[in-house]
Design a protein around this ligand. Structure first.
Ligand code: F0G
Length: 481
């Protein structure tokens, strides 16, 4: 909920009380330099004890509600036929409108199973945009990912409300060029992660559905961030402004033959699922579930998490839950813009994204612009962000760099975890860093894994810029911060 203050400002208001807290540590800048160097300038390799605000991801890091925790206490740990599964099935049917549910241990497991069933060598999968694990699974089975975003989706500084929309003309020409039988399915990702948490519109999704149906192609929705996409549709798509979040979620799901999700985001648990109303699809996937995940009624998830997921699915329909991170992200982005820091606009879901291409325009992509900015943010603040740029792209088969479309340092806002004063701290340190951006230089790999290198790759700061940045920081803030 937003609250208008007497001076005209609008504040995102936390519509919850904090009853359990976890201690946070702010290690001083000199120590941050030591641990970041040990971590190969890769924020994934930092230890959580050295991180003040963990904005690496909103995945599995959200605050759970008292009701979710209470539900965990009544879970049924049966290997087969668990009552917890049936409670999840009820929630999925009531909120998402799907009869058949296949739980999996997390979102990428759903991608793996869908890839095994639908992606054949030589196939293509048109989508609004890839996610790292999605692309890895589809490529491993010989499929090619075709990203067909609408014009302007990759312009970081924009007012376009639905940058997650697909270009329909390109979809039509892909179908004409490849033929429907070469298309595994069309995939639409809610609150499109890698382009800055940008939503698609229902108008676009409905057209995609119509075109796909005409050619007998199925539509798969990645619903990991569905409640945020629904919240942004309610705000930005006039036709749905007086619809409930639940009704919008259901309308999105009605366009999908199959939906899958990472339960670690909108559902605020740890797990995932595939759901459909198509018995044939369900029966085709089901035998593989015990091979890769676990028996149908737990699919590799803890039954406690299954119970919490059932509650999370209902809770995400509450405007205050669906909007919890979106409104914080909007505030975060607006405050940064006030201070001149370049961020992706309009603000979306998932995270506030610093546009590293503009933040550190002096660092070329082959020196990992966003990786360097993410490392510098940690040094200047103890805030951990995630590189979403060229480091997150693996090399092509010939070993060449594939420069990313965008260079983003993603500051994820886990749902209901941080307070507004912590956000203000992050704003202040980012603004300081922006004023000292000339001190940031590029990175180079010293250890580079062959796949998803951003997870475990180790890098070095060119010209030892980390030391220079920390010296400047200490000159302004002293040795203790
Ligand atoms: N799809 C989307 C849109 C995602 O954002 C993610 C994960 C996945 C699939 C895979 O799900 O992690 O449960 O296996 N996103 C996380 C992130 C990792 O940090 O953005 P998973």
């Amino acid at each position: 909920m937003n609250v208008k203050l007497s001076d005209g400002r609008v504040l995102p208001m936390e519509m919850h009380k904090v009853r359990i807290v976890q201690q946070a540590n702010l290690v001083p800048a000199a120590e941050r330099l030591t641990v970041l160097t040990e971590a190969g300038y890769n924020t994934f390799l930092l230890r959580s004890r050295d991180v003040f605000m963990d904005m690496l991801t909103d995945s599995g890091t959200n605050a759970m509600s008292d009701r979710q925790l209470a539900a965990m206490m009544v879970s049924d740990d049966a290997y087969a036929g668990s009552e917890s599964y049936y409670r999840l099935q009820d929630a999925v049917e009531e909120v998402f409108g799907f009869k058949y549910v296949l739980p999996v241990h997390q979102g990428r497991a759903a991608e793996h199973l869908l890839a095994r069933l639908f992606v054949k060598p030589g196939d293509v999968v048109p989508m609004n945009y890839h996610f790292t694990t999605t692309k890895a699974h589809f490529n491993l089975l010989g499929g090619d990912v075709l990203e067909i975003l609408c014009d302007g989706a990759l312009i970081a500084d924009s007012q376009e409300p639905f940058k997650g929309d697909m270009d329909l003309d390109q979809l039509r020409s892909i179908i004409a060029d490849y033929g429907a039988d070469k298309i595994s399915f069309v995939r639409m990702e809610c609150t499109t992660n890698l382009i800055g948490g940008q939503p698609f519109s229902l108008a676009n999704l409905k057209e995609i559905r119509r075109i796909a149906e005409e050619h007998g192609i199925i539509v798969v929705v990645d619903a990991s961030l569905i409640s945020e996409n629904a919240y942004l549709i309610k705000q930005r798509e006039a036709e749905y402004s007086d619809w409930s979040i639940k009704a919008i979620i259901q309308e999105i799901m009605r366009q999908a033959d199959i939906m899958y999700l990472s339960g670690r985001k909108s559902c605020a648990v740890r797990g995932g699922m595939i759901a459909t109303n198509n018995e044939q699809h369900f029966k085709a996937i089901m035998p593989w579930l015990p091979v890769y995940e676990g028996f149908l009624t737990y699919g590799g998830m803890s039954t406690k998490e299954i119970e919490a997921m059932a509650v999370g699915i209902h809770e995400m329909c509450d405007d205050n839950v669906a909007g919890a991170s979106v409104e914080f992200i909007r505030h975060f982005a607006e405050r940064l813009i006030e201070k001149g820091v370049p961020v992706v606009t309009p603000p979306g879901g998932l995270a506030c994204h610093v546009d590293a291409m503009r933040f550190a325009s002096h660092i070329p992509q082959h020196e990992y612009t966003a990786g360097a900015v993410a490392a510098a943010i940690y040094l200047a603040s103890g805030v951990r962000s995630m590189e979403r740029g060229t480091v997150s792209m693996d090399r092509d088969e010939a070993g060449n760099e594939t420069p990313s479309d965008m260079e983003l340092a993603r500051l994820a806002v886990p749902r209901r975890v941080y307070t507004l004063s912590q956000i203000e701290y992050a704003v202040d340190r980012l603004a300081w860093l922006y004023q000292h951006r000339d001190l940031i230089r590029g990175l180079k790999f010293v250890e580079e894994p062959p796949v998803l290198r951003f997870f475990f790759g180790r890098m070095e700061a060119l010209d030892g810029w980390g030391e220079a940045l920390v010296r400047a920081f200490q000159a302004d803030f002293g040795p203790d911060l």
